[in-house]
Design a protein around this ligand. Structure first.
Ligand code: CTP
Ligand code: MN
Ligand code: MN
Ligand code: MN
Length: 366
C-alpha cells in the first residue's frame, strides 16, 4: 500500500552499511543505467560525480520492490536531480538516451575494453586511447608499447580470465588452495571471501583469506603456496606482495589505499571436465585467484574488508569516521576518543563496536 511503502522509504539510510542489500535487485533497469553513467565518469577521471551515481544505484538495489512511479523516488536518499532525471526518462521511454549515447561512445567503449585486461588500469587505458589505439591488435602491434609482466599475462590469458568464474569452479579452487595451505601449516584454514562470500554465482576472480592459529605464522604461507603451485605446474602468473603490516599503524583515511597484509594475485590452471578449446586440446582454464594472509589478531578486520562490496566497505569507514569518531580499514578499528584499538573476534563484534545492526555477508551487496 501507499502508506506502508512511504514508511519503508523514509527509513532508507544514506549509509550502505545501514541497508540490507541482497543480490535480488528489483530495480536492475534503473541501476544498470546509473552504473553505466558512473563507469563513464570514472573513465573521465571524475571520481566524485561517479560516486554519486554509484550511491544512487546502491540505494535502489536495497529496495524491497521495484519503483512503480517517479514519486517513489521522493523519499529516497542519495538520489540527485541527475539520477532522478535518468529514472524519469526510463519510466517514460523504457531507456535513457544518455546511457545509449555512452554505450555507443568510442571513448567509453575503448576504455571499457582496455581496462578489462588484467594489469591495465584507467591511466594506461586512457594513454592508449589518446594515442589513437582502439583494439587489442593495435596495442599489441604498437612497437613503442612495452607491456609489464602483469599486462603480458593479462593479454596471454585474456580469453579465459575474461569469462566469469562459477561457484563450482570456486569450490574446486578452494580444495586446491586448502591442500597447499595445509602442507605448510596443518592448522591453518582457508575461507572464500569477496563476491562468492556475498552469495554471487559468478565472479571475475576467486578471493581467499587464510587464518593461521598463531600470530606470526602468516608470513611463510603464501610463498610456500606459490612454490607448491609451481611444482604442480598449475601456476601461470604470480605477484606476491610481502607484508608491510605495522601493528602500531592507525587505520588510513584513504579508501583506495591497498592493505599491508601478505597477499598474492595469481593466475592458475583449473582442470576442467571438457576441453575448453578443442583446437588447443587443453583440459584446463586460466582463473584469477587472490589470496590474503593477515596476522591472527587482525583476521576479522581483513575478512570484513575483503568481503566487500566496495561501496559497502566505503560506507562502513565513512560511517565509523563521521558518525562514531572511529577509524576503520582492513587492519583495525581505532577509537579516536580513547586512542585505543578495538579488538574483534567476529564480524559481529565490529558491527557492535560501531553501534550498527549486524549485516550478513549476503546482505552486503550494496
Ligand atoms: N580488496 C581489498 N584489497 C585488495 C583487493 C581487494 O580490500 N588489494 C577488497 C575489495 O575492496 C572488495 C573485496 O576485496 O571489497 C573483493 O574484491 P574483488 O575481488 O575485486 O571484488 P568482488 O566483490 O569479489 O567482485 P568480483 O566477483 O568481480 O571478483
Ligand atoms: Mn568528463
Ligand atoms: Mn572477487
Ligand atoms: Mn579479488
Amino acid at each position: 500500500s501507499a502508506h506502508s511503502s512511504a514508511k519503508q522509504d523514509s527509513t532508507v539510510s544514506t549509509y550502505a552499511c545501514q541497508r540490507r542489500t541482497t543480490l535480488n535487485n528489483h530495480n536492475k533497469i534503473f541501476t544498470d543505467a546509473l552504473e553505466i553513467l558512473a563507469e563513464n565518469l570514472e573513465f573521465c577521471g571524475d571520481q566524485g560525480p561517479s560516486l554519486a551515481f554509484r550511491r544512487a544505484a546502491s540505494v535502489l538495489k536495497s529496495l524491497p520492490a521495484a519503483l512503480r512511479r517517479q514519486e517513489d523516488t521522493q523519499r529516497l536518499p542519495c538520489l540527485g536531480e541527475h539520477s532522478k532525471a535518468i529514472i524519469e526518462e526510463i519510466f517514460e521511454c523504457g531507456s535513457s538516451s544518455r546511457v545509449e549515447e555512452i554505450l555507443n561512445d568510442e571513448r567509453y567503449r575503448t576504455m571499457k575494453l582496455f581496462s578489462s585486461v588484467f594489469g591495465v588500469g584507467l591511466k594506461t587505458s586512457e594513454n592508449w586511447f589518446c594515442r589513437g589505439l582502439r583494439t587489442f591488435e593495435q596495442v599489441l602491434s604498437e612497437p613503442s608499447i612495452r607491456l609489464n609482466r602483469m599486462q603480458t599475462a593479462g593479454f596471454l590469458f585474456y580469453e579465459d580470465i575474461s569469462k566469469p568464474v562459477s561457484r563450482t569452479e570456486a569450490s574446486a579452487l578452494k580444495i586446491i588452495v586448502e591442500e597447499a595451505v595445509i602442507c605448510v601449516n596443518p592448522f591453518a584454514t582457508v575461507s572464500i571471501t569477496g563476491g562468492f562470500r556475498r552469495g554471487k554465482e559468478f565472479g571475475h576472480d576467486v578471493d581467499f583469506i587464510i587464518k593461521t592459529p598463531e600470530a606470526g605464522q602468516e608470513d611463510v604461507i603464501l610463498p610456500a603456496v606459490i612454490e607448491r603451485f609451481k611444482s604442480q605446474n598449475i601456476l601461470l602468473y604470480s605477484d606476491l606482495q610481502e607484508s608491510t603490516f605495522d601493528i602500531r599503524q592507525l587505520p588510513t583515511h584513504c579508501f583506495d589505499a591497498m592493505d599491508h597484509f601478505s597477499k598474492c594475485f595469481l593466475i592458475v590452471k583449473l582442470k576442467c571436465e571438457q576441453e575448453t578449446d578443442a583446437r588447443a586440446a587443453r583440459d584446463w582454464k586460466a582463473v584469477r585467484v587472490d589470496l590474503v594472509a593477515p596476522p591472527l589478531e587482525r583476521y576479522t578486520y581483513a575478512l570484513l574488508g575483503w568481503t566487500g562490496s566496495t561501496l559497502f566497505e566505503r560506507d562502513l569507514r565513512r560511517f565509523a569516521r563521521l558518525e562514531r569518531g572511529k577509524l576503520l580499514d582492513n587492519h583495525a578499528l581505532y577509537d579516536k576518543a580513547t586512542n585505543t584499538f578495538l579488538p574483534a573476534n567476529t564480524e559481529e563484534d565490529i558491527f557492535a563496536h560501531l553501534g550498527l545492526e549486524y549485516i550478513e555477508p549476503w546482505q552486503r551487496n550494496a
